[in-house]
Design a protein around this ligand. Structure first.
Ligand code: BT5
Length: 266
């Protein structure tokens, strides 16, 4: 097994949130590379106070503590690095019934989606600016990902709000998927993706791979911001990971941290 920086893997049968746990560890000076994995979260969180649902023992719920050398305006690339690592790991592990890999894309800013748009995983990056510069270490960012591995088994497992909107690897592959194998491959795939964050060449590669995987580019989108919405065509993702939307011929740059929702636009 090749060496990675992700050797300190802390496992929890039940915890409120693996992101919360690692943010506290970061505040106490924990180094880059600490991983938290939970069988169950009692307060799994999404962006902007939303919740992440997953029953005990079925899915991959994991966070990593990173301290990349990343300018604040490029911070979204840490979400990209983890999303791309998940795409890599799924490609390595999950083979569908027809003997071919399942098709997974990245919906900007932070979702992994199936080819029909249903959400397979969500990524949440949280930076704690209060602990900036603590003990001379680069600023921490905790990136969590929830991947629907074996839940839902069938659409009826989902709450009415998620029905038709969420999907699992099990459903896409037509059979159960081993969480432990997926975790192993996820940590392997994270190593080069996280290294890439700290060099200009690496960031260019992350941007290129994001553009290749991004299902949002070329689609009509409605972008909901805290103070209003607009509709346009998503035309590009910048090297810093921002979305460029063409609004009646005028390009508008959308920063991931500002976005409430990006939905199909009419
Ligand atoms: C996300 O937020 O998609 C980020 C989710 C990150 C979860 C991981 S699990 C490990 C780590 N520890 C944590 O506490 N969190 C991270 P957002 O884009 O805001 O999407 C949240 C929305 O996705 C919810 O409001 C639901 O509509 C939907 N959702 C919730 N659970 C889902 C699931 N299992 N599958 C698909 N969609 C789901």
């Amino acid at each position: 097994m090749p060496e990675t920086r992700f050797v300190d893997v802390r496992r929890f049968e039940s915890i409120d949130s693996t992101n919360r746990y690692l943010l506290d560890e970061a505040r106490a000076g924990a180094p880059e590379g600490v991983v938290a994995v939970a069988d169950h979260q009692t307060a799994g969180r999404g962006r902007l106070g939303r919740t992440w649902e997953a029953p005990a023992g079925a899915n991959l719920l994991l966070s990593v503590l990173l301290r990349p050398l990343l300018a604040p305006e490029a911070r979204h690339l840490s979400t990209t690095a983890v999303a791309l690592a998940a795409v890599d790991a799924i490609a390595a592990v999950v083979i569908g019934a027809a003997g071919v890999g399942v098709e997974v894309g990245i919906k900007w800013p932070n979702d992994l989606v199936a080819s029909d748009g249903r959400k397979l995983a969500g990524v949440l990056a949280e930076a704690d600016l209060a602990s900036s510069g603590s003990r001379g270490l680069p600023d921490p960012v905790v990136v969590g990902i929830g991947i629907n591995v074996n839940w839902p088994a069938v659409d009826e497992d989902l709450s009415p709000e998620l029905r038709g909107a969420a999907v699992s690897l099990r459903q896409l592959a037509g059979g159960s998927v081993d969480r432990e194998t997926l975790l192993e491959h996820m940590l392997l795939a994270l190593e080069p993706r996280v290294s890439a964050l700290s060099t200009p060449e690496g960031r260019t590669l992350l941007g290129d791979d994001l553009r290749r995987q991004c299902t949002t580019i070329g689609t009509r989108v409605r972008v909901d911001l805290p103070d209003g919405s607009f509709v346009g065509t998503a035309v590009a993702v910048t090297d810093d990971g921002h979305l460029t939307v063409d609004v009646d011929g005028v390009p508008r740059t959308v920063v991931a941290g500002d976005v409430v929702h990006v939905r199909p636009g009419s």
